[in-house]
Design a protein around this ligand. Structure first.
Ligand code: AOF
Ligand code: ZN
Length: 340
């Protein structure tokens, strides 16, 4: 129904305002209407804070109106006592007229129970309004809940002739300043950023958010034999960092050495990150590490820049052999986006 979609679209817009601040919880937006007029709006603003529904209820000036209200929420209201009381109980208590939901929650604590609670007390519930959009917005959350691993985004920049670096591993000057700024924005949007040993060695990356505003991600580096220079930026403890290795387990204030089994695969690394409640990982290279994620089919999204230069020879880019779902122009660089 068009009316439902209109208000749900607004609820999705509100949910979006939580991006970067709510993980590992989902982004959720809520709109309350009476006679198709909005009387309250709210969203989940930060991790550990109130959910979208109580924020929207608190935004209503005249609480007497709630008995006549339609509540639009982008995710099924919760049914569990978590950091806050169950939102389904709140809506039942306010005796709202009906509840319109975009996506059913796949958190095992909630999954369907919130909807059941509402219906049991006679509140009509409609589900599936803009469900595709809502699931896409929270694809990191749903992947975490349904696949028991973080959402994996692959990112690389390649030359027109398919190289990610020159033979001496110099990878500068492939993508332009606008593309590089976009990567900083992406870092602010994901929980963690991962690089392999060679990339850490040759690029000495900071993996922080400098060209955008937002919080710095967790940095993750693989250094099996602990051969990387301890004076590299990644080990400066200015930002939470995990170093996966085969040698030691050690917890410094902002630097955690985590020991893995000698035959570990990227899947084991993802399982460990899942246990740490990391909801998404941006893999920034190098080529071999990216290819491991591709060959084991452990990725969800790839963002590939193709710059204007050619190298003639060097380190070959990873192979996807897929048609991009979306192609954008970033001031002369091509950005291809693939969804698994
Ligand atoms: C949110 N915000 O607006 C809604 C959520 O740990 P808690 O108590 O904050 O509960 C988190 C779970 O609650 C989350 O995984 C999801 O299943 C459900 N709904 N969570 O953070 C919200 N509506
Ligand atoms: Zn809730």
């Amino acid at each position: 129904m068009e009316k439902h979609e209109l208000f749900m679209r607004r609820a999705l817009e509100l949910a979006e305002l939580g991006r970067g601040n709510v993980s590992p919880n989902p982004m959720v937006g809520c709109v309350i209407t009476v006679d198709d007029q909005i009387i309250g709006e709210g969203y989940h603003e930060r991790y550990g804070g109130p959910h979208a529904e109580p924020n929207a209820v608190a935004d209503v000036n005249n609480p007497d109106l709630l008995e006549k209200a339609t509540v639009y929420v982008t995710l099924e209201p919760c049914a569990h006592v978590g950091k806050t009381p169950p939102c389904a109980d709140l809506l039942v208590g306010k005796k709202v007229k009906e509840v319109i939901i975009a996506a059913v929650d796949s958190n095992p604590l909630v999954g369907g129970k919130g909807i059941a609670k509402l219906r049991e007390t006679g509140i009509p519930v409609v589900t599936g309004v803009l469900e595709k959009e809502a699931r896409s917005q929270n694809r990191r959350f749903f992947t975490q809940m349904e696949k028991n691993r973080p959402y994996v985004l692959l990112k690389w920049a390649q030359t027109r002739d398919g190289f990610v670096a020159q033979s001496d591993y110099d990878s500068k000057w492939i993508s332009n300043a606008h593309s590089r700024q976009l990567v900083h924005r992406w870092r602010a949007e994901e929980d963690a950023v991962l690089v392999g040993t060679k990339t850490a060695h040759y690029d000495n990356p900071k993996l922080n958010v400098r060209d955008w505003s937002g919080r710095d991600p967790l940095r993750i580096v693989i250094d099996k034999q602990l051969t990387l220079d301890p004076n590299g930026y990644l080990f400066d403890q200015t930002q939470p960092t995990i170093c996966y290795n085969l040698i030691k387990e050690e917890e410094l204030e902002n630097l955690h050495y985590v020991q893995l089994m000698p035959d570990f695969q990227v899947g084991d690394l993802l399982a460990d990150l899942h246990r740490r409640k990391v909801q998404s990982v941006l893999v920034e290279g190098g080529s071999i590490l990216l290819q491991h994620f591709i060959s084991q089919d452990l990725w969800d999204e790839a963002r590939v820049f193709t710059g204007k230069v050619t190298f003639g020879s060097g380190i070959p880019s990873p192979h996807l052999n897929l048609v991009p779902n979306q192609t954008l122009d970033i001031m002369g660089d091509r950005l291809d986006v693939y969804y698994r």
